[in-house]
Design a protein. Structure first.
Length: 333
């Protein structure tokens, strides 16, 4: 017997409003053909006015709890780039709105790697005995931080939330989180950034430029770094699990760009038909991306119990990570 964090339930939600590439092309100098060919994205979901990240997080969290048939966890972790407020964290609000009482609850800020960072802290809490059960939620309302005039970011990101319940179990069980490899490189912080709103800008004594209040990204450099780091983290996890690349049934990478996913898979040697892709429907949903992709695959027959799943992500910070598990026979709501 070896204690492990085991996946017991998965929930996912996207807001109902769909924004197509053609709709964006009506107000931005872009086209459906450019967006599809450069990113693989055909549409994304956008929250209605008045909807915040915690609203999506509560919905996804409730679905995951229902899928796991639980009404209690010891810890709630919310990974997000778009908290309801700069202060306090969003997780305590989410925990109390889910009826989870006074459990420990905190946010993780690792941008698009947020879900894997959350999975890692949840796994550590369970394996150490600090917690028996954890709800990990990746939730984003990127529509709140995108510059509506910036065609390089507006076409890429979407809103959504995904959540998993993990409880203590055995490493030999399907669903056990077998390995997590994480990394960061703060020398590349400027590649993905909202320049204003934090202490750096607020204490600068300088006036705020409106553009600096929005999310910005150096797409080309992010692309190169993402490929290199996702591949490296995935290789580290494969080595530690002892899995060969051939034995990986599903590669579920952060849904940033279909060309990033294809390049990472090609460099690893994972065949294209084993690469899970749902970004055509939801865009890049950052911390929500991996659980949304898992839910989409599980619900559409693209992921079955017993399959070996390799996860990898890259995000602002810059941060990256990978993980591995055998897909369990769980409900997905
Ligand atoms: N519509 C039309 N043209 C656009 C455009 C858009 N939405 N966005 C950029 N362009 C233009 C650029 O201005 C540039 O024009 P120029 O050649 O006249 O200067 C041209 O298209 C090529 O831009 P470039 O940035 O070289 O394109 P690219 O092939 O690198 O694709 C990204 C841009 C953003 C799609 C790509 O770099 C990318 O996906 N990067 C990773 C982003 C990501 O996934 N981030 C999240 C990771 S966590």
């Amino acid at each position: 017997m070896s204690r492990a964090a085991v996946l017991r339930g998965l929930g996912a939600v996207v807001p109902p409003r769909v924004v197509t590439n053609d709709e964006l092309a009506q107000r931005l100098d872009t086209s459906d053909a450019w967006i599809r060919s450069r990113t693989g994205i055909a549409q994304r979901h956008v929250s209605a006015p008045g909807t915040a990240t915690s609203d999506l997080a509560v919905d996804a969290g409730a679905r995951a709890l229902k899928a796991a048939d639980r009404d209690h966890v010891d810890l709630v972790v919310v990974a997000t780039t778009t908290p309801d407020h700069p202060c306090p964290a969003t997780a305590p609000t989410v925990a109390s709105r889910l009826g989870l009482g006074t459990v420990a609850a905190y946010d993780i800020a690792a941008v698009c790697t947020g879900f894997l960072y959350g999975l890692s802290t949840a796994t550590a809490a369970i394996v150490s005995g600090m917690a028996e059960s954890v709800l990990v939620i990746g939730a984003e309302t990127y529509s709140s931080i995108l510059n509506p005039n910036d065609r390089t970011t507006s076409v890429i990101f979407g809103d959504g939330a995904g959540a998993v319940v993990l409880t203590a179990g055995d490493r030999d069980e399907p669903g056990a989180v077998l390995e997590v490899d994480l990394g960061s490189d703060g020398t590349l912080a400027e590649l993905i950034m909202i320049p204003a709103g934090g202490s750096r800008q607020r204490l600068s004594g300088l006036p705020v430029s409106p553009d600096d209040t929005y999310f910005r990204m150096d797409g080309k450099r992010v692309f190169r770094s993402a490929v290199e780091r996702m591949e490296g983290a995935a290789r580290a996890v494969l080595e530690r699990t002892g899995w060969t690349v051939d034995s990986v049934d599903r590669f579920v990478g952060h849904q940033a760009n279909v060309r990033i996913l294809a390049t990472v898979a090609e460099q690893l040697g994972v065949p294209r038909d084993r690469v899970v892709v749902n970004l055509d429907k939801v865009g890049n949903t950052s911390a929500a991306s991996i659980p949304l992709a898992l839910a989409d695959a599980a619900n559409s027959g693209g992921l079955a119990a017993g399959e070996r799943v390799l996860l990898a992500a890259f995000g602002g910070g810059v941060t990256w990570g990978a993980s591995a598990l055998v897909w369990p026979d769980i409900s997905v709501f």
